[in-house]
Ligand binder design. Structure first.
Ligand SMILES: [Zn+2]
Length: 275
């Protein structure tokens, strides 16, 4: 979706948003094209009947399909180099899109991709998810790095669009303090507030609840308790976890990396015993 919206931006077109129904139709189609690689469905009906089945209404629709490409980048590359597919991606008649991916290790192409587009529509309103709360970000965080989502309402229901800097104004990533970021999209506006703070290093946090694990053929993970200055930090919001050597017997490492207003890392070793 980011790749599609990047191409559209470079061509002066507004980004597309995704609806849950459209996404559902793409899941169905990705599986179907692994059986019959065609815009005609295995039951003989046209691909767009998958949209109606999912409850998605539309006046324009388009479908791109591909098979064999192992990454989103390579499939986008194939589509952008093919006139009809490129025309769908860069159509101004579309406002929504969904993406389907299906992996079938026994299929002749193994990787199956779909993109379905619908349009057109007029927006009723836009808002930023979680805008009622002021979230803190460390100095230097980009808009994309905030992972915020724009929520759009139109006759097709609710759709979602990852926020990017080109939709926003008023943000100074290196200025600390509370800021209001304004969003303008398809003639509608919204705003949300953020607090830009100096990053707090988590390197002095106290980490407990690291356990010895027993090998069972799977990756071994931890649920550490991370406490900094008396405050219990939250996984996902304040830090993320990654691992080294956690799929075999021996010494494994969990790496705690600061997120949001926190920076820095802490590494802790743990043992994985044989059965
Ligand atoms: Zn719509």
């Amino acid at each position: 979706m980011k790749l599609v919206n990047k191409e559209r931006k470079e061509n002066g077109l507004p980004p597309l948003s995704v609806t849950e129904k459209l996404q559902k139709a793409n899941d169905v189609r990705a599986k179907e094209i692994s059986q019959v690689f065609s815009h005609t469905r295995p039951d003989g009906s046209a691909c767009f009947t998958a949209l109606s089945e999912a409850g998605e209404s539309y006046s324009f629709a388009g479908e791109n399909i591909a098979a064999g490409q192992a990454s989103p980048e390579s499939v986008m590359d194939s589509w952008m180099n093919s006139e009809g597919h490129r025309a769908n991606i860069l159509s101004k008649d579309f406002t929504h899109m969904g993406i389907g991916y299906y992996y079938n290790k026994d299929g002749s192409y193994r990787y199956y991709w779909t993109q379905m587009f619908t349009g057109a529509c007029t927006l009723d309103s836009i808002s930023v998810e979680g805008a009622s709360k002021i979230t803190s970000y460390k100095k230097g965080t980009s808009i994309a790095g905030m992972n915020r989502v724009l929520v759009l309402e139109c006759q097709h229901g609710t759709s979602y669009l990852p926020l990017t800097s080109d939709l926003c104004s008023g943000y100074k990533k290196d200025t600390t303090g509370t800021q209001t970021i304004k969003i303008s999209y398809q003639g509608k506006t919204a705003s949300f507030q953020v607090k830009v703070v100096k990053p707090v290093s988590i390197s002095k946090a106290k980490v407990t609840n690291i356990k010895t694990k027993t090998y069972n053929g799977k990756a071994q993970t931890q649920s550490p308790k991370v406490v900094l200055d008396g405050k219990v930090l939250k996984k996902g919001t304040d830090y993320t976890l990654s691992y080294k050597n956690n799929k075999k017997v021996g010494t494994a490492t969990v790496i705690i990396t600061g997120k949001g207003k926190y920076s820095g890392t802490i590494t802790k070793n743990f043992k994985i015993k044989g059965k």
